[in-house]
Design a protein around this ligand. Structure first.
Ligand code: IMP
Ligand code: MG
Length: 184
């Protein structure tokens, strides 16, 4: 879906489809270089990272295995609860593997710092993080992010995998919603 399909719910386009694509080109090139002599396992965090995973992994010039996890820290609201629950665990054994976590957004950083620690404790050789978006709050937390697409202001965004109450994930760009949308 695009701006014209938003029925007036869209406040602002923050990052266009083209801008996302060109940042993903650069991130993929950097990942290729960093993992030149290593096998990497991509771990996507459902559901938001589906689009980043699809578009980032297809830019890599090699076959990469990928696995998925589902964790919950938000419910349907817009504030982090700080409590992380595993809703779906990985299929893969991480022993000795170089893991690259692929995320849509880091906000408080609570989810990612917990997840990185959790995956490290399973015997991974290395755990790195790639995220399309990062909010300013994330900089306060002890979470080392190797690849960042865009640093964005502290606003709630939707699209390109990101939802508000499970809506707008399939919007092709990143945007903000009009305040009225949150009031029903
Ligand atoms: P954190 O634990 O605060 O870093 O939250 C990370 C998770 O919260 C992300 O994976 C998203 O699912 C959700 N989230 C944080 N900010 C936004 C936003 O602006 N729009 C949509 N989802 C968000
Ligand atoms: Mg969400």
């Amino acid at each position: 879906m695009d701006a014209g399909d938003m029925d007036g719910d869209l406040a602002q386009v923050l990052i266009t489809e083209e801008e996302i694509a060109s940042r993903l080109d650069a991130m993929a090139a950097q990942i290729e270089a960093d993992y030149a002599d290593k096998d990497v396992l991509l771990v996507g965090v459902l559901k938001g990272a589906v689009y980043v995973m699809a578009d980032l992994s297809r830019r890599l010039h090699r076959s990469v295995p990928m696995d998925w996890m589902a964790v919950s820290s938000y419910g349907s609201g817009t504030k982090s609860s700080g409590v992380v629950r595993i809703l779906k665990d990985l299929d893969a054994d991480l022993t000795g593997r170089h893991v690259l976590i692929v995320e849509d957004i880091i906000d408080s950083g609570l989810t990612l710092s917990w997840l990185a620690g959790n995956l490290s404790s399973r015997g991974a050789a290395s755990v790195r993080i790639a995220t399309l978006l990062r909010k300013p709050e994330a900089l306060k937390v002890e979470v080392d992010v190797s690849y960042v697409g865009f640093d964005i202001p502290n606003e709630f965004v939707v699209g390109y995998g990101l939802d508000y109450a499970e809506r707008y994930r399939n919007l092709s760009f990143i945007g903000t919603l009009r305040p009225e949308v949150y009031h029903h």
